[in-house]
Ligand binder design. Structure first.
Ligand code: AP5
Length: 220
């Protein structure tokens, strides 16, 4: 199996944006538990029904549900190319379960990259976000507009959508959940010697370049 990269960071840090770029630049596969959960909600599965209200309140979905969804995804053959975990793990229980899952497969974490940003800026980033309903490409009202207004650069689609949890009030709940339950994982990975820190307050293209240099350094 190829490299196992974790992108750590609060809502709006750019995990999804950069994970999609790493897919393009390095041929890796983005595994976003947020996307997997939103797909389960849209499909109306039992897990999706349980997750919906929790996500809309900005809280974390139970470890059991998230781990079941992640494990299902990790057995797909494309994962062999190497993965970028976007939004997972988010709790100590998830981090330990990931270690076990990888150990069972004779693998380990290549790097956990912490995208370091400012909370207040994240409220603006998340509130202005929208995505292409066709291919999922992400945009922002101010920071990342398509070349032609209303038309996706990637697939030419014209239907755009916004997430139910992308309002200022829910973003603050999500930031609290991040600081209480996920930020301690920075120390967890630092103690394992796999942590990389990246200032993620600059323009998207600059972060892509800096992140690419880190990935080349750890995964070459
Ligand atoms: P999830 O979908 O993972 O959302 P999140 O972590 O809150 O992260 P976001 O997707 O909001 O932000 P991002 O860092 O990907 O930023 P993006 O690149 O889009 O989780 C949603 C919910 O699902 C959770 O609240 C929870 O309920 C549940 N969940 C998911 N995983 C779970 C787990 N493991 N355990 C339990 N529950 C789980 O960028 C944001 C915007 O800013 C975009 O518009 C982008 O264009 C723009 N932008 C990006 N970078 C920059 C930049 N450098 N400068 C300016 N603008 C930028």
């Amino acid at each position: 199996m190829g490299p196992v990269l974790i992108l750590l960071g609060p809502p709006g840090a750019g995990k999804g944006t950069q994970a999609r770029m790493l897919e393009e630049d390095f041929g890796l596969v983005q595994l976003s538990t947020g996307d997997l959960l939103r797909a389960a909600v849209a499909a109306g599965t039992d897990a999706g029904k349980q997750a919906k209200a929790v996500m809309e309140a900005g809280q974390l979905v139970s470890d059991d549900i998230v781990l079941a969804i992640l494990k299902d995804r990790m057995v797909q053959p494309d994962v062999a190319k190497g993965v970028i975990l976007d939004g997972f793990p988010r709790t100590a229980v998830q981090a330990e379960a990931l270690d076990e899952l990888l150990a069972d497969a004779g693998q380990k974490i290549t790097a956990a990259i912490s995208l370091e940003v400012d909370d207040e800026a994240m409220v603006a980033r998340v509130s202005g976000r929208y995505t292409c309903a066709g291919c999922g490409e992400g945009y922002h009202d101010e920071f990342k507009q398509p070349a032609k207004a209303g038309v996706c650069d990637k697939c030419g689609g014209t239907a755009m959508k916004r997430r139910a949890d992308d309002n200022a009030e829910t973003v603050r709940e999500r930031l609290t959940a991040y600081h209480d339950q996920t930020a301690p994982l920075i120390t967890y990975y630092d103690d394992k010697g796999v942590l990389e820190r990246l200032d993620a307050m600059g323009p998207i293209a600059d972060i892509r370049q800096a992140l690419g240099a880190i990935v080349q350094g750890v995964a070459a």
